[in-house]
Write a new protein. Structure first.
Length: 187
C-alpha cells in the first residue's frame, strides 16, 4: 500500500502560525471561524498574499506547532501498514523548512515529494492520500484513489462519504487496514 501523507493541516498546524500573523495586521480571525478552504475570500484577503504569508510562516518553522501530540508515533504506526511518503504542495523555497520541521518532530516517512499545486497530487502513484484539503480530496476521489480526510474546520462540509474522516492521525491505521481488506476481497 502506497500512502501519501500531507503536511500542512495534517501534521503541521501552520494555520495557527498564520492566524497569529494575520491577527497582528488585520481583523482577528479564530481557527474555528475558518469554515471554508478559500476562507480568505470572505475576509477580503488576497490569495497571493495568503499563500505568501503561509510560506513566510514556514521560514519560522520551529514555531509551527504539530496538529496533535502523537504525530511521531502515529507516523511510525502508519509505516507498518504501508510505504509512507510525505507529499506536499508548496512553494519550492519552503521545502527545506518543512524537512527540518519533520525531522524535529521525528516523523517517519520514506520519500519526500513536493508538488506545486495540491490538485497535482491525485496524478501521483499512491493508493491512499491522507489530506485535509476538500479540493484535493475531490480530485483524488475522481482519480479513483482512496482518501482519508483529516478533520479540520475547513473540510467539515465535504459531502463525499467515500472519503473516510479521521480526527486523529493514529486512526488512519484502522482505516487503511479496512481499505486493504476491501481491495483484496475485490481482487
Ligand atoms: Mg494540507
Amino acid at each position: 500500500m502506497k500512502i501519501a501523507l500531507d503536511v500542512d493541516g495534517v501534521l503541521a498546524d501552520v494555520i495557527h502560525s498564520w492566524i497569529l500573523h494575520n491577527n497582528k495586521i488585520r481583523t482577528p480571525i479564530l481557527k474555528s471561524d475558518i469554515s471554508e478552504w478559500d476562507f480568505w475570500k470572505k475576509y477580503n484577503i488576497d490569495k497571493f498574499d495568503f499563500y505568501e504569508e503561509l510560506s513566510m510562516c514556514w521560514k519560522s518553522w520551529k514555531t509551527i506547532p504539530a496538529t496533535e501530540n502523537n504525530i511521531s508515533s502515529a507516523s511510525k504506526e502508519l509505516s507498518k501498514v504501508g510505504t509512507v511518503d510525505i507529499v506536499t504542495a508548496r512553494e519550492n523555497s519552503t521545502h527545506n523548512d518543512v524537512k527540518n520541521w519533520l525531522k524535529m518532530h521525528d516523523v517517519t516517512f520514506k520519500n519526500y515529494v513536493g508538488v506545486m499545486e495540491g490538485t497535482e497530487k491525485a496524478k501521483l502513484d499512491y493508493d491512499i492520500f491522507i489530506d485535509d484539503s476538500p479540493l484535493n480530496a475531490k480530485s483524488m476521489l475522481a482519480a479513483g484513489k482512496s482518501v482519508i480526510l483529516y478533520n479540520q474546520p475547513w473540510n467539515l462540509d465535504f459531502p463525499d462519504t467515500r472519503a473516510k474522516r479521521i480526527h486523529e492521525l493514529k486512526n488512519a491505521v484502522s482505516v487503511i487496514n479496512e481499505i486493504s481488506r476491501n481491495r483484496s476481497s475485490l481482487s
